[in-house]
Design a protein around this ligand. Structure first.
Ligand SMILES: [Zn+2]
Length: 341
């Protein structure tokens, strides 16, 4: 089969599309014939080299939709040809957090396609418990845009920050797939959305998705503008994924008692926190990553009903994996980028 791999860490030039043996499913595993695989920022981090154990040579790709093409021993309920989307979280199943149904807090938490080989290939082997069935008419591209971004935004907003109807929320970096997912989920929850992005074209697209105010960070001080637009009150919830470049401003945007939830640090991992602001305004700083399996199932149910429709920026054929990495690295996308084997 064809697979996009890299043999050492580095820039997009380390990526190669190669012929590799078709993987065989072991017990409790199935093989998927990949029809679409979504890109995430995580794919860039893994290619550049993170201090995590990963396979080498490595096949990336955590967001996978396709057809079951082989079923391993001791797998029940799945047949060849079933249309599926994959939840990429891998967990031990026996630690105290797994036993409470909080798999994203698992001590041995890993992600398919990051710690293991993923879906940037014609075929991929996954645990059978990761599969979710897709209706016959649900497009593979839409399904592959969901898993990482939509479960991350779902947990961060609804379960960690506990966003409620009528609240105001500010979303940073609002052109990436997960930030757009956050915008859509916040709207669905009945919140009013403020967003920060770069460039008028992206700002216009965010307004079309229902953002109430959009700030272009290349031309305005968004914290100052937001405080003016909310009569100096600030917002109830800030959704952070930019990190170092926006952290201080994000804190200044919170209302008294406000919650900041973060699931990323794209621009750098150090954030300066004015501790007086933290206690005086009684703020909460909340971390979040991925989601529990039950939260994933909740999100997917809503998406399959057509109430969350992912924004897909563009697709690349598998053979153009290098161009896809360069495109995402340059931050040119608005929404999800997919590879099609
Ligand atoms: Zn566990």
């Amino acid at each position: 089969m064809r697979a996009a791999r890299f043999h050492e860490h580095g820039g997009p030039e380390v990526l190669r599309v190669e012929d590799v043996p078709v993987p065989e499913p072991g017990p409790h595993e199935v093989r998927i014939s990949v029809r679409a695989a979504g890109f995430n920022h995580l794919d860039l981090w893994i290619r550049r080299g993170l201090p995590v154990d990963t396979t080498m040579p490595h096949i990336g790709g955590s967001d996978i939709a396709g057809l079951v093409s082989a079923v391993g021993e001791q797998v029940e309920g799945w047949e060849i040809g079933a249309r599926v989307v994959v939840n990429p979280i891998l967990f031990c199943g026996s630690c105290e957090f797994c036993l409470q149904g909080e798999e994203s807090l698992c001590y041995r938490f890993r992600i398919l396609g990051e710690h293991t080989d993923g879906g940037f290939a014609e075929e991929v082997v996954v645990p059978a418990h990761a599969l979710h069935r897709l209706p016959d008419d649900f497009p593979f591209e839409q399904a592959a845009a969901l898993p990482v971004s939509y479960q991350t935004a779902w947990r961060a907003l609804l379960h960690r920050a506990r966003l409620r109807a009528g609240e105001d929320v500010l979303i940073l970096g609002a052109s990436g797939g997960t930030a757009i997912a956050a915008l859509q989920i916040a709207r669905l929850a009945g919140a009013r959305v403020f967003a920060v992005t770069s460039g008028e074209e992206k700002a216009e697209k965010l307004r079309a998705l229902g953002a109430y105010r959009v700030y272009d960070r290349t031309t305005v001080d968004f914290a100052r503008e937001l405080r003016r637009d909310t009569d100096r009150r600030g917002v109830d919830v800030v959704v952070e994924n930019v990190g170092e470049a926006t952290w201080e401003s994000s804190l200044r945007c919170l209302s008294p008692g406000g919650r900041l939830v973060t699931y990323g640090a794209t621009s750098g991992r150090q954030g300066l926190t004015d501790l007086r602001l933290l206690f005086w305004r009684q703020l909460q700083l909340i971390g979040s990553t991925m989601a529990s399996r039950s939260e994933f199932a909740e999100m997917l149910k809503v998406a399959l009903r057509g109430e969350l429709v992912p924004v897909i920026d563009r697709t690349f054929p598998l053979e153009e994996v290098r161009a896809a990495h360069e495109y995402v690295e340059a931050g040119r996308q608005f929404g999800k980028v997919l590879l099609i084997p």
